[in-house]
Design a protein around this ligand. Sequence first.
Ligand SMILES: Nc1nc2c(ncn2[C@@H]2O[C@H](COP(=O)(O)OP(=O)(O)OP(=O)(O)O)[C@@H](O)[C@H]2O)c(=O)[nH]1
Ligand SMILES: [Mg+2]
Length: 225
Amino acid sequence: MCQTCGCGDPAIVPVDLHESLLAGNARRAAHNREHLATHGVLAVNLMGSPGAGKTAILEATARVARDLALGAITGDLATENDAERLRAVGVPSVAITTGTACHLDATLVHEALHDPAIHAVDVLFVENVGNLVCPAPFGCGESRRVVLISTAEGDDKAEKHPAAMAAADLLVISKLDLLPHVDFDLERCVESARRIHPNLPTLALSARSGEGFEAWLSWLEAAGA
Ligand SMILES: Nc1nc2c(ncn2[C@@H]2O[C@H](COP(=O)(O)OP(=O)(O)OP(=O)(O)O)[C@@H](O)[C@H]2O)c(=O)[nH]1
Ligand SMILES: [Mg+2]
């Protein structure tokens, strides 16, 4: 498990140390935010469980948003697979391999921001380590946070992850094409998310069929892309 955040376990990381870690991260995130704003970059932190479809959404976005200069920072425990997938569709990407850490933080993202590959982008996606728990309290300096729940995961995932819902600017329900094949009540998922975060914007899409991507692109545009 993550030795940086201790996953909120006071037996691993005492409460005061955890709070000081979060405060230090918040300072560094503010620095990143200022840097990104100065360069006119919209940074979007993408969080979701392993396999929720984060990279697939970015690949599909690259195919349809040809007028936007996209870039990505991808977090993964052990591989650079996601960065390689995104480079293959023309998105300059920097991989962060975290080892044991189960989330990206502002320091890791700050280092990646120095990579010239992602200097001239309009939208910088930060694909967080696949995990709906630890990334929530660790902002990276993004201007928007997007949380993904796929239809394959079960419609109770929003209520099971209140911290992620509270911190989200948008809930994306992914793999919409699978809806006829799985037990997933879209309304239940949205309602439970909005009990935690009233009026949370939501949209549903499929990276496979392209359904829902107009709404996703409109949301990005409204966010400043
Ligand atoms: N049917 C269907 N499958 C999808 C869709 N999006 C992603 N997948 C599949 O779901 C699996 C995981 O997709 P990824 O894009 O790698 O998911 P991820 O969230 O980036 O995964 P990690 O980075 O490992 O956490 C792959 O087999 C994809 O092909 C979709 O919209 N529909
Ligand atoms: Mg991925």
